[in-house]
Design a binder for this molecule. Structure first.
Ligand SMILES: Cc1ncc(COP(=O)(O)O)c(C=O)c1O
Length: 439
């Protein structure tokens, strides 16, 4: 399609970052119709864990569609049974026994919120409805997920439609007034005061990304953070939901980012990496005790039409099999360390406030003035410019991020199959793009 015509579609942005047509994808690269190779340093939307263009996965999708196009989600199909078995045997913490499939991340988080509320209602605790979220977080774009999320830009204008769920601060030491760079867990302790203020008997759940995604940019909390949240939830009868849509299935060098912290949540949400971009599918994983009151009450968690779609399950199963066969979680940890080492030199860059992340989820926060952390003027659109320069002059695609007090963040989330040479290319291109954009 002609790019000028494509721009007329309401859901295509007005050209920042520049509109690009992609004809083909392979390994870490995207190819335009005229053959230009673009290094995908973002793995799409931090999705493409096993790399692009795997023929064997396309074949699985074709075979699955030829077998069964569609059945109503309460019916089991062989692919769904195989995927649940694989997840339970090789991927999930043993406590998370229940699996519900959805069509993507937002609707999976939405379903997790529904399950948390139903859990309490079915157990007679009808007053518990609030889901405490965090500032500078992202959980999706349905109205419920926007309501529990802290992405100001995406909530903007929709506020009257969003239920007033309480928020606690993000764990963001760089700009934290309480710890000034050395986290003392006051951000986690804030949960205690919010519970006291709201009343524990009004709270259904707490939701957070174990390692922040692109909103504030790969925020990694200190080791004590998640155990503290878990302890406060347990003591107050509140369910703990870990949103692993971006971090799950190896992205941070462990199967799930929560594994870094030794905590098992009550509910966990997956998406992106579950099928690595080869099929639209998300999932909610829950403890038996979370689902028991719902089952005992004879209630059901209503499905989406495309929940547990046979071909999507077959593709996810095949993608996870590739991850296991090629030890890609270990590879994400190893390549993540190499990426971190290469990015370290950007700490000296006059416009880089911080480089942070874990595994192959890394972010760089940009500022106009390093000493005062003053941001670039909004109209300079430093992130869009950096991404545009990366794409047009260096043929590398970075993921634009940022929100709230960290509005200018560039994220990297390449496929786990990325090579060392490709890491060199992306870090060189990032450094040059930031310098050129800041001029
Ligand atoms: C942590 C997190 N939760 C939820 C979502 C929403 O997922 P989706 O875009 O698949 O609806 C995202 C997407 O980036 C995410 O990063």
């Amino acid at each position: 399609m002609d790019p000028d015509r494509a721009r007329l579609y309401p859901f295509v942005s007005k050209g920042e970052p520049p509109f690009v047509q992609i004809a083909r994808a392979e390994g870490s690269f995207l190819f335009t119709p005229d053959g230009r190779a673009i290094l995908d340093a973002a793995g799409g939307a931090i999705v493409c864990n096993i790399g692009h263009g795997r023929r064997e996965i396309a074949d699985v999708a074709g075979r699955a569609l030829a077998e069964i196009d569609y059945v109503v989600p309460p019916f089991a199909t062989p692919a769904r049974v195989a995927l649940v078995s694989r997840l339970r045997e090789r991927w999930l913490p043993p406590e998370l026994t229940r699996v519900l499939f959805t069509s993507g991340g937002s609707d999976a988080v939405d379903a997790a919120i529904r399950i948390a509320r139903m859990h309490h209602v079915c157990a007679g605790r009808t007053g518990r409805w609030k889901v405490i979220g965090r500032e500078h977080s992202y959980h999706g774009v349905t109205l419920a997920t926007l309501a529990v999320g802290g992405h100001e830009k995406r909530r903007h204008g929709l506020e009257p439609l969003l239920a007033p769920h309480p928020k606690i601060p993000a764990c963001y030491p760089l700009r934290c007034d309480a710890c000034h760079g050395h986290c003392n867990l006051s951000c986690a302790d804030a949960l205690e005061s919010v519970i006291a203020r709201e009343g524990a008997d009004t709270i259904a759940a707490v939701i957070a990304e174990p390692i922040g995604g692109s909103t504030a940019g790969a925020l990694v909390p200190p080791p004590g953070y998640w155990p503290r949240l878990a302890e406060l939830c347990r003591a107050n009868g509140i369910l703990l939901i870990a949103d692993e849509v971006m971090t799950g299935f190896g992205r941070t060098g462990r199967r799930f980012a929560i594994d870094h912290f030794g905590v098992t949540p009550d509910l966990m949400v997956g998406g992106k990496g579950l099928a690595g971009g080869y099929a639209p599918i998300g999932a909610v994983f829950a403890r038996e005790e979370v689902v028991a009151p719902i089952a005992d009450a004879g209630e059901e968690v209503m499905f989406y039409t495309y929940s547990a779609h046979h071909a999507a399950c077959a593709v996810a199963d095949a993608v996870l099999e590739v991850m296991e066969r090629e030890d890609l979680v270990e590879r994400a940890a190893k390549m993540g360390e190499l990426l971190e080492r290469r990015l370290a030199r950007l700490r000296k860059h006059p416009h880089v406030a911080e480089v942070r992340g874990r595994g192959l989820l890394q972010a760089v926060e940009l500022v106009r003035d390093k000493a005062s952390l003053e941001r670039f003027p909004a109209e300079k659109k430093i992130v869009s410019r950096t991404v545009a320069i990366g794409l047009t002059r260096h043929n590398v695609f970075f993921y634009p991020g940022g929100g709230g007090p960290a509005p200018d963040v560039i994220c990297l989330g390449p496929p786990f199959t990325v090579s060392e040479e490709e890491l060199d290319l992306m870090v060189d291109a990032l450094e040059a793009s930031i310098t050129e954009a800041a001029r």
